[in-house]
Design a binder for this molecule. Sequence first.
Ligand SMILES: C[C@](O)(CO)[C@H](O)COP(=O)(O)OP(=O)(O)OC[C@H]1O[C@@H](n2ccc(N)nc2=O)[C@H](O)[C@@H]1O
Ligand SMILES: Nc1ncnc2c1ncn2[C@@H]1O[C@H](COP(=O)(O)OP(=O)(O)OP(=O)(O)O)[C@@H](O)[C@H]1O
Length: 270
Amino acid sequence: MLVFPNAKLNLGLYVTGQRPDGFRNLESVFVPLPWCDALEVVPAPKDQLTLTGLPIPGDPATNLCRRAYALLAADFELPPVHLHLHKAVPIGAGLGGGSADAAFALRALSELFALPLTLDQLESYARRLGSDCAFFIRNQPVLAYEKGDVFQAIDLPLAGTACKVIYPGLHISTAEAYARVTAQPPRHDLRQSLARPMETWRETVSNDFEEALTPLYPVLGELKQALYAAGAAYASLSGSGSAVYGLFPGREAAPAVPVAAGHLVWDGRL
Ligand SMILES: C[C@](O)(CO)[C@H](O)COP(=O)(O)OP(=O)(O)OC[C@H]1O[C@@H](n2ccc(N)nc2=O)[C@H](O)[C@@H]1O
Ligand SMILES: Nc1ncnc2c1ncn2[C@@H]1O[C@H](COP(=O)(O)OP(=O)(O)OP(=O)(O)O)[C@@H](O)[C@H]1O
């Protein structure tokens, strides 16, 4: 079975409080971004993981695809599988690429082996693999709370909006990024702010990580300014960075933006 785990963007992100489990509570809108990896899951004589595309730091034994398999194999009798992941979504980008691989692996294994799992149950497995993972089970725009894994539906007329994402070749570790942010109550009501015209979002829809990380990594501010200069209606850091995106509603495609060597650019539509 071949699946294409997609990335996500965060529209606004407030880090709102410290949790007893050491994590933070947050408030953010997650939307699927069709920048995709490819993941193939095939029954095989023995378990195997092969990797191509962008290099993934760390021991392949701890790859989130393998961890997804191990989680289900602890509860169900699964035959060995060959997992092949072709990595295209940059890592440490705030795009949730690794989390998507994990969630899509859970969904693919469940479907391939006809496991009796509902979407709610798959979300529960996904939560155990990472805060961002549960979103990718249903993969629909949501307002996310708590660790970013408790959802409310949100209706956003964004489908088809031209979008440009720029990854400045900077791996920002999620844990490090959280350590730099001080939790505070949300400055605005995200649902209300996002219901207003997109041109007003820059006044109210902010990402706490952007404020904390831009002084450290000025390139993040430069990319945001470049996207606004190119005519973006809204531009922001995604998640804990380092990818910065711009939205260009009403355009066929996002315009060209000059970027440095080593930056990765994704152009497409939401
Ligand atoms: C920044 C976001 O991408 C926004 O969508 C997510 O909150 C990150 O989610 P993620 O990459 O799935 O993060 P996890 O793998 O669960 O956690 C990585 C580390 O980030 C910190 N972390 C993560 C999520 C959260 N709500 N509070 C935290 O403090 C913790 O230090 C944790 O050890
Ligand atoms: N399939 C995978 N894809 C990417 N990273 C993976 C994967 N499996 C395990 N990892 C580990 O997760 C780390 C990346 O996590 P990190 O949260 O920093 O970035 P991310 O996947 O881009 O998501 P985000 O920044 O949105 O949280 C990598 O350093 C790598 O060791």
